[in-house]
Design a protein around this ligand. Structure first.
Ligand code: 4F9
Length: 237
């Protein structure tokens, strides 16, 4: 998977050179390429923005500069994503779909935004990471890269992708490590029984309980067995 990021602040992407994503980059499982939009300014002062037609405060990034930056990296297989609060909200299902793409171009605005004409010309999809305004699309782009990279083959072990939150539509069950007793609280006995079938059942029930308590709206989309439905009814009483 190749990510090309169009940004005025490539230095902001240092954090995703760490940990799992840094390792995946070094193993060439993913490739994160940062393109400074400013490098495509034809202005002698490297200016990229200008005042807004019709008046009003602030500046906009010029369409020609963004377009030239885009043309320097686009291929026939590129999908261009603009990170904006106007986009569809990113969810795990969308993340899994994006992981199947070959080449994502992530366009980050900063301050006031980008001239509408270049957005119309190059953007395939608008994505938001939540209903709040940030100083720019850089942090949302990093969120997307992190979430998508986890689904690229070889980045995580198979089991860690399968057993996590959302993969079955439920939140994760509680987990414990040593010590066996902490501040008077013991590790649930079933987890020390070695009885794999019972452990599996217990974890599934705890997932249902956690989801019911913390994010009940998620349960609407989950297929429960009849026994699990009875358990959920018990919880509700
Ligand atoms: C982008 C906020 C995606 C949320 C881009 C200012 C943004 C954003 N999700 N805020 N520029």
């Amino acid at each position: 998977m190749k990510f090309d990021v169009l940004t005025l602040f490539p230095e902001m992407f240092e954090p995703i050179k760490q940990s799992v994503i840094g390792r995946a980059t070094k193993q060439s499982l993913i490739d994160i390429n940062l393109i400074n939009i400013r490098d495509f300014s034809k202005d002698k002062h490297k200016k990229v923005d200008d005042t807004v037609y019709g008046g009003g405060a602030g500046m906009l990034i010029r369409p020609d500069v963004v377009y030239d930056a885009y043309k320097s990296i686009k291929t026939s297989k590129s999908k261009v994503i603009y990170l904006t609060p106007q986009g569809k909200r990113l969810c795990q299902e969308k993340v899994e779909k994006l992981a199947k793409e070959e080449h994502l171009i992530l366009l980050c605005g900063h301050y006031e935004g980008i001239d509408e004409r270049v957005l119309e010309k190059i953007v395939d999809e608008e994505i938001s990471i939540g209903d709040y305004v940030l100083t720019g699309g850089e942090i949302p782009a990093m969120v997307l890269i992190d979430a998508v990279s986890r689904y690229v083959d070889g980045v995580l072990t198979e089991s860690s992708v399968e057993e996590e939150s959302f993969s079955n539509g439920l939140l994760e069950y509680p987990q414990y490590t040593r010590p066996e007793e902490f501040e008077g609280m013991k590790v649930p006995e079933v987890l020390q029984s070695g009885h794999h079938e019972n452990i599996k059942k217990w974890r599934r029930k705890e997932s249902i309980k956690t989801t019911y308590i913390k994010r009940p709206e998620l349960l609407e989309k989950v297929n429960l067995t009849d026994e699990e439905k009875r358990y959920l009814k018990e919880l509700k009483n």
